[in-house]
Design a protein around this ligand. Structure first.
Ligand code: NAI
Ligand code: SF4
Length: 455
């Protein structure tokens, strides 16, 4: 099926971040039409009916989230844009912010109009200096053109957008950690409920949406719900709770591939197609061994493991909101696909992963703080050839126990730290056992730094 990118359609145009160019391509006409012709509730209804699900990782239905705001609240109501993109090998938001910031800003304007917010905070990862400067220039252009500020185009609608640079920690991307950081505090996630829609920034109702989600809002409102639903994967008829995986999606391809890049495709492409057709295949003529389907916290896919009653393998799973769950991974996550080649040590890869999560745990909850540290210590022991037979079962047990599902921790970081551990051990157990037996001698190479355009 031929597919024309929409979210990335403008990124290679000269001066793509400039207002003039965006205007020339019909930019802001959708927002201006909504101001004149639609009530805020109609915008919310359209986004809800489109089936758009959040692109930050959790896939929560966007329009539904907006309806959780208290009715007839006197305000203020805030929109927080989550641009603290820190999941390893994820850089789809960065491309949008650097190359087409006005598409994102138009989505913010539409969302704020829909939720009756007059103030949006754009919380952007500290390391994204170019994106920050590009966005600030775009925001300034909008103020100068009367698209932001008081009484926009005589509609009576006021809107301010403030950029706020992050604090250089992964946990600032957790929505309540982000809010705490925005308020000037340490980014310690809050216990939910209350969810931010009820009590968020400065204890006021707040919607937190990801950058790509807001770019999708622009496109949904511009092109309509029939267009959006013509792309992607409809709900699974066998699962009445499935909301489907509609629309275009930005996938980032990283790790041991020939051409790491960000591509836009309809939801539901398989890992195999993504890597072989779009990522130029596995590098150095090697084969893939494992893949993270959507960021480290989703766990590992074993590309050689056969799917039940099929000739296909886990490499053939579709990357929609349901696909990775079918092969015991956590979910689609950020759709950042990271490939590990067949000459690389999974023990070493897992060591990298455990280092990351142990470092990034905010330390509030004992199971997460201690559990991520224990897992790192054990995997380090395995890597140094001092592993013990019982270590693998201990690792799986710790990774299962620190998850958010048993209700032991405040946020999802601990769950995300556990999935790569349990999937690596369960799916590549023989390699871990060989590492214990070999006492440090391994036929595999050390894990090289992961190659990706973002990290
Ligand atoms: P979540 O499932 O707890 O929440 C998703 C969203 O729905 C939140 O905005 C939440 O406030 C809202 N929500 C859920 N239930 C609600 C209710 N009953 N009432 C009102 N609002 C409700 O997931 P969470 O913890 O926000 O996100 C986890 C995901 O984040 C992971 O799947 C991971 O992939 C992703 N992630 C993304 C990163 C990135 O760089 N983009 C970094 C780290 C994690
Ligand atoms: Fe902090 Fe981990 Fe608890 Fe999340 S689960 S609040 S990162 S200690």
């Amino acid at each position: 099926m031929s597919f024309e990118p929409v979210l990335l359609a403008r990124i290679n145009k000269p001066d793509s971040p400039k207002l003039e160019g965006y205007r020339a391509d019909g930019g802001y006409a959708t927002f201006e039409r909504a101001l004149k012709e639609k009530k805020p509730e109609e915008v919310t209804a359209q986004v809800k009916d489109s089936g758009l699900r959040g692109r930050g990782g959790a896939g929560f239905p966007t329009g539904l989230k907006w309806t959780f705001l208290p009715k007839d609240h006197p305000g203020p109501i805030y929109l927080c844009v989550n641009a603290d993109e820190s999941e390893p090998c994820t850089y789809n938001n960065r491309i949008l912010m650097e190359k087409d910031p006005h598409q994102v800003l138009e989505g913010i304007m539409l969302a704020c109009y829909a939720i009756k917010s007059r103030c949006a905070y754009f919380y952007i990862r500290y390391e994204y200096g170019t994106a920050y400067r590009t966005l600030q220039a775009a925001v300034d252009e909008c103020y100068a053109a009367g698209l932001l500020g008081k009484n926009i185009h005589g509609s009576g609608f006021d809107l301010d957008i403030f950029l706020h640079r992050g604090a250089g920690a992964y946990i600032c991307g957790e929505e309540t950690g982000l809010i705490e950081s925005l308020e000037g505090k340490r980014a310690w996630p809050r216990i939910k409920p209350p969810f931010p829609a009820i009590e968020g920034a400065f204890r006021k109702p707040t919607i937190v949406n990801n950058v790509e989600t807001l770019a999708c809002v622009t496109q949904v409102m511009k092109r309509g719900n029939d267009w959006f639903k013509s792309l992607g994967v409809p709900p699974d008829p066998k699962n009445p709770r499935d909301a489907g995986s509609y629309g275009p999606k930005l996938y980032t391809i990283a790790g041991h591939v020939n051409t790491p890049k960000c591509v836009e495709l309809p939801m539901g492409i398989t890992i195999r197609d993504l890597v072989d057709k779009h990522g130029g295949g596995v590098w150095k003529g090697r084969k893939a061994k494992a893949v993270n389907p959507g960021g480290l916290s989703m766990g590992f896919v074993d590309v050689n493991a056969k799917l039940k009653d099929s000739d296909l393998t886990e490499y053939d799973i579709p990357l929609d909101f349901n696909g990775p769950g079918k092969v015991q991974c956590l979910g689609l996550g950020t759709a950042a696909v990271t490939v590990i080649d067949d000459e690389t040590s999974m023990v070493d890869v897992l060591h990298n992963v455990c280092q990351f999560f142990s470092h990034e745990s905010c330390g509030q909850c004992t199971p997460c703080r201690e559990g991520t540290g224990w897992m790192l210590k054990i995997v380090d022991r395995l890597r140094r050839g001092q592993g013990r037979k019982e270590d693998l079962d201990i690792l799986v047990e710790v990774s299962d126990r620190i998850g958010i599902m048993p209700g032991t921790t405040i946020c999802g970081l601990s769950d995300g730290a556990g999935w790569p551990v349990k999937t690596a051990i369960r799916k590549f157990r023989a390699e871990f056992e060989a590492a214990i037996k070999g006492g440090g001698k391994s036929k595999y190479a050390k894990a090289l730094p992961l190659v990706g355009a973002g990290h």
